[in-house]
Design a protein around this ligand. Sequence first.
Ligand code: AMP
Length: 504
Amino acid sequence: MARKKKATKKVVKKKKTVKKAIKKTVKKKKNVSKKVVKKTTKKTSNNIKKPISSITKSLKNDSIVQQQFVKNGQLALQTVRGMRDVLPGDQAYWQQIRKIFEKRSIEYGFSRIDTPIIELESLFAKAIGEDTDIINSELYTFNAKSGDKVALRPELTASVVRAYIQHGMTILPKPIKLFSMGPVYRYDKPGEGRYREFHQAEFNIFGEDDAILDAQVMQIAYRVLRSLGIKNIQFRVNSIGTAESRKEYLKLLTAYFRSKKSKLPSKYRDMINTNPMRIFDAKDDKCMQVCAGAPQAIDHLDKESREHFKNLLEYLDELDLSYIIDSRLVRGLDYYTRTVFEISVADEQGLRHSLGGGGRFDELVELFGGEPTPAIGFAFGIDRLIMEMKRVKAKKYKESQPRVFLAQLGDLAKKKSLQLFADIEQSGILVAESFGRGALKAQLRYASKLGVDLTLIVGQQEALDDTVIVKNMITGTQETITKDKAVAFVKKNLKETAKLVKRK
Ligand code: AMP
């Protein structure tokens, strides 16, 4: 009996502490606007852990951390060169990108497709071409236990085309629009914005050769960039004709480069016979001088390709997209036919950064053994998009903020809160908690920091009575209600508070 009295005393005492803590937070809430500025510089309480994102944001110089691991002679705890972790601090950008891609792809009628990261090496060699940088020097290949020679995908198109044929999509009504997104691997020289594992998002349309679809994919690219807050967008466009019409042109080009062979740096001389168009991709000054006088594909197009290109330009004018015709734009992959384009942005210094590119691949399905199927597509480099979003301080994804916080005090209250939390969440209300923290004061401070409208408090007495205190953080009013009515009460109260906040 005496023990029971003591326990009740304790509960009463605790109840008083609950009231005291509430009073304090209400006071604080009133002063909240004054303190916002101060708070940002104030150290977070030891009880409340900083979110990981804010910690990882400060880990800018992670290379130093990595070097230390190596120095100590321990296991080298570092990413492989050219690969990186996407830390929590950057996730809001990724989330925003996923959101926009999902929105735009649904809007334009694209279905999502995901293909494996590993494919047979021969798939890429056949699609991209043996005499390209990607296949010659950048492909990650290895022998699987089965003996198959496999490769990490260096791009998405070849896999999407493989899947298109393998799953018989060719019988579906055209056009077939597929969206894909994921990591790709190239043993490239790592540098600013250049990684060995990077991410691409790709839009492909199968089954139509009308230039309006070329214009439409460029419009999608433009709209994605604008939705991400990226401006100063420019398209470079060109037409490289069909494989058939290129035959004559390639003869002329080969003859031209042969006549200038001595002026070309040695590493490009071999390309004259294997893939002369690739010389146009060189950034080397000497090469560019030689290329300036070379015959251009656009002057040697077949009649249909010329008409197709003319139509595309008319559509682009109609769409008011900013483009320039770049007759030296060929793109480094063998599968392109007719339209090729690149998307870039200019920075303050006027330097252009490539964000993506694409073109027609009208002959690739057939090359893989499928029915002749015209196709057009383009890929964005997601890592570059994020770099650009950061540069222009574009909007990041904002998680929806919880409107309710559930605080608890004591073991029994904690147990009861677990189910109450689930009930509130299941009713579709975003609710936050900090079950790991004991002190009510710290929990209420956290609730106030989150800016919730309602704080629910289950103290020891409430746990015994199966009740809950509902405190309105805007009006400062509070009520004790039975637990089984809590969800309905919270819903009603939130609605009323929303009106109140709007009126303000
Ligand atoms: P590509 O498939 O080479 O036409 O590249 C398409 C886009 O992917 C480029 O415009 C870049 O935005 C991006 N990209 C290409 N290579 C890399 C790389 N090594 N690291 C990061 N992004 C890349």
